[in-house]
Ligand binder design. Structure first.
Ligand code: FAD
Ligand code: SIN
Length: 519
């Protein structure tokens, strides 16, 4: 089946939905998304969205905090854009119907998180992302120009490569004409031709064994763009959230929001000792890279599997009001936060790098934009400041939409594009070939390319991954396409990119922390 549309959006998190609502004023929009329409990292965001919204705070302070967290390698122009335009974009979210908590006086109940010098996080209890996703989807469903195709899996974007032309990463005019997508309800691969395409496929937490990300986060968009010879950046900066709930049988890991530490919770080793003051004067509220590394160090020194988060001194009423979901989750595991300590452990959480884009969200491939966690704007540098990613997504969705509307006016569909060719492929005999390789990728990445790295570990990871790459490419060539097979291919690609960028960076900065072997 072939379809044509003005604007194709791949992904239905905050980035894809915000952009879709804006471009839909100027043409037809298809949103394709690989799971249920609301399934996304966005849906699980807890802490909130950072924005300068009260007089005591200034853009200058938010800019300084972002630059400080980013360890000196943020793109300062992008930081300025996101922080300054962010205030307006967050007001738009509110006008759209997203509810953020207020104090009895009617002012926003602004929270504080690690690395922020001010209270500036708007939140909806501890389910901010769910509320934003709800508000956006309500508008999307009501828009006559937008169609959502759920359970559609994007396999690859279409370029002149599919017309038999040679393309490499130096080709100046690589052009995107649409995407091949798998309807997972009937297993048919469709060709969608579009004038302008947005990649909004989110993060890649599942390249690691322990992650806070839902299962959709397999780095598909970044891998698709890399295969199409688009450029990617900063892939070595995978952010580990310091405090996911330690519950080894649960995958993904449940997040204990940083806002809980902002509310006064304190980290302790298993013997009850506070340890953060050894590492940073901001203690439990230092930026994430510092806290996650401190926890990792303590766990390794002591040979323990977790540390504790102590909430026992906090107001029960205030805690339950602010964090009802976290409270319920702990209670469901017989952990009463006011009597017991909460066991926590770092988990892969957010990919700071991604598809190279300019200040309008344009990738290095013509007609292709990227917004949200899959994009590498330069905002986060070597370490993202908490609650800056939802903000980045709305700011760049707006900028990309304005540019894409103009871009679409100048484009026609490329009808020479052939349909997907599945000749010579067969049903896989054994799914274990895919599931075991996925586990191996995750083990390699967690054990050798985690919070602390060394040249030897990176080399070892690279060599192991190469074996998996070769095996999987051979399998891919002869196997009927399935999401599991494509996700494995994408995860191997993401692992490769993280290692390659880490090897290139060599010295420690922000989230990329190197030790000499043996230290
Ligand atoms: P997502 O919301 O992840 O959406 C990606 C979409 O792409 C999904 O719909 C997915 O199904 C779809 N997709 C992916 N691959 C394909 C494919 N091959 N074909 C079709 N569709 C595809 N950030 C903050 O700023 N504040 C917070 O408080 C916060 N808390 C967080 C808590 C948790 C537990 C997690 C996991 C993240 C949190 N983050 C937070 C990070 C933030 O939620 C994400 O960075 C952000 O929501 C990403 O939005 P997105 O639209 O780019 O991607
Ligand atoms: C959290 O609530 O701790 C997550 C915030 C974020 O990832 O920005």
């Amino acid at each position: 089946m072939r379809q044509e549309v003005d604007f194709l959006v791949i992904g239905s998190g905050i980035a894809g939905l915000s952009y879709a609502l804006k471009v839909a004023e100027q043409g037809k929009v298809f949103i394709i998304t690989k799971s249920n329409e609301d399934e996304s990292n966005t849906k699980y965001a807890q802490g909130g969205i950072a924005a300068v919204l009260y007089e005591g705070d200034t853009h200058q302070k938010h800019i300084a905090d972002t630059l400080d967290a980013g360890a000196g390698i943020c793109d300062e122009n992008i930081v300025k854009i996101v922080v300054e335009e962010g205030t307006e974009r967050v007001k738009e979210l509110i006008d759209l119907g997203a509810n953020f908590d207020k104090t009895p006086s009617g002012a926003f109940d602004l929270a504080k998180e690690g690395g922020h010098s001010e209270h500036r996080i708007l939140h909806h209890k501890d389910i901010t992302g769910r509320e934003i996703e709800r508000a956006l989807l309500a508008k999307i469903r009501a828009h006559k120009n937008i169609t959502v195709f759920d359970h559609y899996f994007a396999i690859d974007i279409i370029t002149q490569h599919h017309l038999g032309k040679m393309v490499n990463s130096h080709t100046p005019d690589i052009t995107c004409y649409g995407a091949y997508v798998l309807n997972t309800r009937n297993n048919k691969i469709e060709t969608i031709l579009a004038k302008t395409i947005l990649m909004a496929t989110g993060g890649a937490g599942h390249v690691y064994a322990t992650t806070t990300n839902p299962v959709i986060a397999t780095g598909d968009g970044i891998a698709m763009v890399y295969r199409a010879k688009g450029h990617v950046r900063d892939m070595e900066f995978m952010q580990f959230h310091p405090t996911s709930l330690y519950n080894p049988t649960e995958n993904p890991s449940f997040l204990i929001s940083e806002a809980v530490r902002g509310f006064g919770a304190v980290l302790r080793t298993i013997d009850g000792k506070e340890f953060m003051k050894k590492y940073d004067e901001r203690e439990s509220l230092a930026p994430r890279d510092i806290v996650a590394r401190a926890i990792d160090t303590e766990m390794k020194l002591r040979g323990e599997d977790f540390v504790y988060l102590d909430c026992r001194h906090l107001s029960r009423k205030g805690f339950i009001e602010h964090f009802p979901t976290i409270y319920d989750k702990c209670m469901s595991l017989d952990i009463d936060p006011f009597k017991s300590l909460i066991p926590v452990v770092p988990a892969a959480h957010y990919l700071c790098g991604g598809i190279v884009v300019d200040d309008l969200g344009k990738t290095t491939i013509k007609n292709l934009y990227a917004v949200g966690e899959c994009a590498g704007t330069g905002l986060h540098g070597a370490n993202r400041l908490a609650s800056n990613s939802l903000l980045e997504a709305v700011v760049f969705a707006h900028r990309a939409a304005e540019s894409a509307i103009e871009n679409a006016k100048q484009n026609e569909y490329n009808n020479a594009i052939p349909d997907w060719n599945a000749e010579g492929t067969e049903t896989p005999e054994e799914m274990i070939l895919i599931t075991q390789s996925r586990r191996e990728v995750q083990q390699i990445m967690s054990n050798y390319v985690g919070i602390v790295r060394s040249e030897l570990r990176l080399k070892r990871a690279f060599d192991r991954l190469e074996i998996l790459y070769n095996e999987n490419e051979a399998l891919y060539e002869k196997t009927i396409i399935s999401p599991k097979l494509c996700e494995l291919r994408n995860l191997i690609c993401i692992g490769y990119l993280i290692i390659k960028h880490a090897m290139r960076r060599k010295e420690s900065v922000g989230l990329h922390y190197m030790v000499k072997f043996g230290k």
